[in-house]
Write a protein that binds this ligand. Sequence first.
Ligand SMILES: NCc1[nH]cc(CCC(=O)O)c1CC(=O)O
Ligand SMILES: [Mg+2]
Length: 343
Amino acid sequence: MCRSEGTISVSQFSRGSYPATRMRRVRRHSWSRQLVAESSLTASDLIWPWFVFDEKGRVAVGSLPGVERLGVDQIARQAAAACELGIPAIAIFPATDPKLKTDDAREAVNAENLVCRTVRAIKAEVGDSLGVICDVALDPYSSHGQDGLVRDGYVVNDETIEVLCQQAIIQAEAGCDIIAPSDMMDGRIGAIRAALDGAGKIDVQIMSYAAKYASAFYGPFRDAVGSSGNLAGGSKMTYQQSPTQSDEALHEVALDLAEGADSVMIKPGMPYLDIVHRVKATFAVPTFVYQVSGEYAMLSAAAQNGWLDRQQVMMESLTAFKRAGADGILTYFAPEAAEWLKS
Ligand SMILES: NCc1[nH]cc(CCC(=O)O)c1CC(=O)O
Ligand SMILES: [Mg+2]
C-alpha cells in the first residue's frame, strides 16, 4: 500500500479497495487473448453434411440458405473442394426420388441407391483423403417418413434393425468409412457391429447418434431430403429422446459404447450443450455434436435480416461446441467456417 502526503482524496481512499486481480489485463490485447485461449476451432474439427439428389447440377434448399442439393455430376468437384478446405470428413444425406419411397423403405438396401453411388464417386475422386460418413435410418426412403418400419402405427424396433444392418453393409461395401446410425432403435449398434464384422468390414467405424432428441430443429433437413411431406406431422417421440432428459442421454451413450460404438454424437447442438459437456466429461470418448438444420436456418435468417453478424455468430457457435467438449462438429457452416479459418 503506498502512502502519499496531503489530504485524502477520493481516489487515494478508494485505491485500497481496487481489485488485486484484474481479469481484464489478459483481455486487453489480441495476442494475449489468443495466448490464454482454452478452446480453438480448426477446419479439422468440421464435418460437412451434403444433400444429394438423382439429377444433374445443383438446386438450392429453400429453408437452408447457401445449402444446395448436389447432383451426381457435382460430387467429384465437391469432394475436391472439401479436401482443399482441409475438412476431414463429409456426411451424405439423400433426397430420394418420391417414386422410390415405400412402406418398407426397400430402396435403403439397394446397393445401387443414390448414397452408394455417391460414396463410390467420392472414393474414385479422392480415395482415403476424405472420410465418408453415411447415415443409417429409413426416413429418406420410407413413404411414412419414419426412421423405422411401422406396424399398427408403431415404429417397431427389432424388425427395423434387420433392415438397418443390411443398409449398413451395402454402404460399407460401397466404401463408406463411418456408419452413423441416426435411428435411435435400441440395440442397433451391437447388431450393426456384428453385421459389419460378419461382412468382413471390421475397420469400418460406427459413429452412433447416441443422444438424439425429438426436436423441432430438424424441420429444414426434412425439407432438404423431402421427408417432411411423408411424415405429415407425425412424431418421432416414441424413439427419439424427450427434451426433458439429461441422465437418460448418459444411459444411451453407455449402451452404445458397450455395444461397440467408436464415437458418439449429440443432436441437436446449441440447445443441448449441457449434454455435450456431460457426455464428454463422463465417458472421455470421441464426442461429436450436430449443429442441425434449424440452428443453421435461424442464424442464417437473422443474418439475412441484418439482425446478427453471420460470420461472428457462426464462429461463436462453433467455438461454443468446442468449449463444451465436442471433438468435432457436423455443421452446414463447414465450408464457410473452413474458408474463414484459412484467411
Ligand atoms: N434419421 C434422420 C435424420 N438424420 C439427420 C437428421 C436431422 C439433421 C438436421 O436437422 O440437420 C434427421 C432428421 C430426423 O431425425 O427427423
Ligand atoms: Mg440408444
